[in-house]
Design a protein around this ligand. Sequence first.
Ligand code: G3I
Length: 340
Amino acid sequence: QTLNGPGNERYKELTAELFNTAVFENTLKWQPLAGDWGGGWTVDVASKGVDWLHQHDIQVRGHVLVWPSWRNLPRSAKTLEKEPAKLRAAVNAHVSELALAMRGKLAHWDVLNEPFDNHDLMDLFGDDVMLEWFKGARAADPNVKLFINDYAILSGGAGDTPHRDHYEKTIKFLIDKGAPLDGIGMQGHFGGALTGPEDLLKVLDRFAKFGKQIWITEYDVDIDDEAIAGQFTRDFYTTLFSHPAVGGILMWGFWDGAHWHRNAPLYRKDWSLKPAGEAYRELVLKTWRSNEQAKTDAAGNYKTRAFLGKYAIKVTAGGKTKTVEVELGVGSAPVVVKLE
Ligand code: G3I
């Protein structure tokens, strides 16, 4: 939706340059799709956005199928409060219809958002109702990775908190009951208390034991001191990037002109780069990209270490040149390039 406002072109240019995964802040939420926020919010708009992102080689996370509190459900759901069977069916129908409408277009779906603080539906129907949402999403779109998502898991400094305990219990419950859960989302909205690297790693280890990928789904740091926000962003990304369970990090907006707190990590309203933006560009566009030129041995072999990701390999010999595009993943086979 923000793409329709001023700054549209620059926003798109930077999106394509800086990211390989994106998420819509609001476009796939039930309230706007139900019309509660006025006109213009449609699955068609979302699909067009996804198409544009795919054209730019950016995969998309879906956010969110069920955010189970009255304040985050559409008005039409609240009117069914006294007719629980109808309400339950309406939520399940929403999950199936939206997941089906977006089938094949999304890499991830946040099936369930913020269960610690948003549990009106679980209070009414019992915790088993969460399984129906995961199963419904899986039935509608067999290939999308299904996530749970919550806040205050990485943020809030060190220490054990009820929020973290509850998240761990909920994930265990879903897995034990056979929910098709693929990934664990940790939002990553930081404010006052910034969690240091050692404590971040402790939290990641605690949740990595489930054997699922962890994604940081909504990173931002809303403090006044830009220099500290920059150092924190550098440390945060470095720490998260280092952990084997972490699959990726998304930002909840990157420009002050389109951010829920008007304080986005990377760019000020006038598009000047913040210190965190410098740190991000340095890490993501330089440090974590492998770039080298070398000669093979006499048998034509060359071995190197590189960061995971997509590469173009250009080979030249005997006046012939060939470029191949490959994706380096964990345990990828050697790349063979034949010059003919
Ligand atoms: O644009 C409409 C307007 O037309 C309508 O009449 C009015 C009436 O409510 O609302 C306006 O929409 C607002 C919308 O943002 C778009 O600006 C909503 O009120 C407002 O509640 C909504 O806030 C969003 C919030 O989630 C609630 O859905 C924020 O933009 C969004 O950044 C925030 O995102 C959440 C994640 O989904 C979950 N994690 C936390 C994160 C931050 O709170």
